[in-house]
Design a protein around this ligand. Structure first.
Ligand SMILES: [Zn+2]
Length: 269
């Protein structure tokens, strides 16, 4: 059976000593993955991994905490990359008010996010959104700002008569009201190992329709139980599937099948 890790970073240096073994464990476990870029270097390395492995696809983008002064070089490369059939989306991009509390810098993050959304619109690709609030565990301003940016972007797409592709709110940490707004906009919600050790998102998993949930690891980060404290890897995505199955009171097979189908549909794989 195959299972899709919709958000991981197997190209990162944490795997430089044993990447082949880690990828083999994932392949043996039937794991397909979206290898997500966080800056120019990880975007390029992600594409290389995708080209070498038939169970890996890549996305390109800059994490809001990894934005260079000059983005023009990155954009030149991304324009070319987006014609490659193994490059299936834009991300991760977004807003991080936790590590960027200064409001002037948050305004810059918003401007850059809009540039990436326009790039996604130009190539008709889905976006992987990162949103983190200024206060840990709070559900304040970041999702309100993100949702309003996405609503404006959707209007722009409608006015240009282009098709709407939406995307995923990765590592979703908003409240039920935020979840409803993303779902209304056609977005998927991405859940990871946080579900295995924190209880505050259980109600959102129960609320979200199973056909709008994506599984992710965010490896090498956010190891699920029983691997907490260790480096995470895509093979552990099944632990997230088990938790979703438990919360939704569904058979594990059905959760894996449905979320794998969701990921294929969103990224047109
Ligand atoms: Zn990530």
């Amino acid at each position: 059976m195959s299972i899709f890790d919709s958000h991981c970073h197997p190209q990162m240096e944490q795997y430089d000593n044993d990447r082949d073994e880690m990828l083999k464990r994932a392949k043996d476990a039937g794991v397909f993955m979206i290898c997500v870029g966080t800056d120019l270097e990880t975007s390029k390395k992600g594409i290389e991994l995708a080209e070498k492995n038939d169970n890996i696809w890549a996305t390109v983008g800059h994490h809001p905490n990894d934005i260079p002064d000059d983005l023009s070089q990155s954009f030149m490369i991304y324009h070319k990359a987006l014609r490659n059939s193994k490059v299936v989306g834009i991300g991760e991009v977004g807003l991080d008010y936790y590590r960027t509390p200064e409001s002037e810098k948050q305004e810059i993050q918003k401007e850059i996010l809009v540039k990436f959304l326009d790039l996604a619109m130009e190539y008709n690709k889905p976006v992987i959104l990162h949103s983190r609030d200024s206060v840990k565990g709070s559900t304040g301003r970041v999702h309100a700002d993100m949702i309003s940016i996405i609503e404006n972007w959707k209007l722009k797409i409608e006015n240009s008569a282009r098709p709407w592709r939406a995307g995923v709110a990765h590592s979703f940490t908003g409240n039920i009201d935020d979840a409803r707004k993303y779902l209304d906009l056609g977005f998927y919600l991405g859940f990871n190992g946080i579900l295995t050790f924190a209880r505050q998102y259980d109600d959102i998993v129960k609320y979200a329709p199973i056909d709008r949930i994506l599984l992710e690891t965010d490896a090498p980060f956010l190891s699920p139980e029983p691997y907490r404290g260790k480096r995470n890897e895509p093979a552990h995505v099944v632990e997230v599937a088990k938790k979703v199955a438990e919360l939704k009171n569904e058979p594990l097979d059905r959760v894996i099948d449905q979320t794998t189908g969701n990921c294929r549909k969103l990224f047109q794989i």
